[in-house]
Design a binder for this molecule. Structure first.
Ligand SMILES: [Zn+2]
Length: 319
């Protein structure tokens, strides 16, 4: 059993746990909704439940695992296992010793890493990025997150590298959820796109987005709702997706100009859903800003799907 590891992907809406073998295959998995009320203790309890269920699915006890990795939003300190400012989680504005609490609860060692960085490393080791030595992971979802692998190794900077969502694509531009202006995420993040759609809808622009949302019983404009609206030729949805692609092309090309990686791996809810469909406009948009435009990086859609984050978290025990 010592070659089995646990991985937990802590998301804003769901907690995905997996038990992963030495080859990187998930041999057990479970999912819990992320608590919407309470505080970090409640989130940690739900994480422990998800992991226990995944372990049961794999036929092991959590304490038999070689360790459990956690991919966390917010500021996740790999050295201390403390997670701070995870603002999309309930009551998590401050710091919480997540690794320590989970280790007590589950009886094995816990390592904590940034959610997007570990998902990028999973794509590098096991997914769409396996043949490359350097890549940028771009996770286009509720926000826009990024991860870096350079020369075959994760690049964490001083702990906050890879924040491609906050690369500035327009000085003095739209307000970003981070509080600053003109970030990529302010144009391409799902929650920023939803806020803009709502604003324009209230101003009288016609769109079917919110009607579709209600009809399908969704609490928000999910990637599936955006896709339906595009399929129906919804003008506002098309306009906002175009705007997002323009911002993504600009921001990603700027990052490529700085690092010159071999590949860009596009993941996240929107990235996976629209990656193939919008690959041409995205790479065209990037091409406008690439300095070495005669040899652009390979752009590929992430291949590990929903389990990529949890599998990546388990890899914190093989770095
Ligand atoms: Zn920002």
């Amino acid at each position: 059993m010592a070659d089995l590891r646990g991985g937990i992907d802590l998301g804003g809406t769901k907690i995905q746990a997996a038990i992963v073998d030495a080859r990187g295959d998930a041999v057990g998995q479970a999912r819990q909704p992320t608590p919407t009320k309470g505080g970090p203790e409640d989130v940690a309890a739900a994480m422990a439940t998800a992991l226990r269920e995944a372990a049961q699915d794999a036929g092991v006890e959590p304490a038999q695992l070689a360790g459990i990795g956690v991919g966390s939003p917010g500021d996740a300190d790999e050295r201390t296992g403390v997670v701070s400012s995870a603002r999309n989680l309930p009551g998590w504005e401050g710091s919480f010793p997540l690794a320590e609490v989970l280790a007590k609860e589950l009886g094995t060692e816990i390592k904590v890493g940034n959610d997007v960085q570990v998902a990028t490393e999973a794509e590098f080791h096991l997914g769409a990025g396996q043949e490359f030595q350097s890549l940028i992971g771009v996770f286009w979802g509720t926000g826009v997150g990024g991860g870096l692998v350079l020369d075959g190794r994760p690049w964490l900077g001083r702990g906050a590298a890879g924040e491609i969502g906050h690369v500035v694509v327009k000085r003095g531009g739209a307000k970003c959820p981070c509080g600053r202006k003109g970030c990529l995420e302010a144009y391409a993040g799902r929650s920023a796109m939803e806020a803009e759609a709502r604003r324009q809808h209230e101003e009288g622009h016609k769109t079917d987005l919110f009607h579709l949302m209600e009809k399908h019983g969704k609490p928000r404009l999910t990637s599936g709702i955006w896709e339906r609206a595009l399929d129906n030729g919804d003008h506002l949805a098309e306009k906002l997706i175009d705007r997002a692609i323009e911002a993504l092309g600009t921001g990603v090309a700027s990052a490529v100009n700085l690092l010159d990686p071999e590949a860009v791996i596009l993941g996240g809810g929107l990235g996976v859903r629209f990656g193939e469909r919008l690959m041409k406009p995205l790479t065209d948009e990037m091409g406008k800003h690439l300095f070495a435009d005669q040899r652009p990086p390979v752009v590929r859609v992430a291949s590990l799907g929903d389990l990529g984050g949890a599998i990546g978290a388990s890899l914190l025990f093989s770095r």
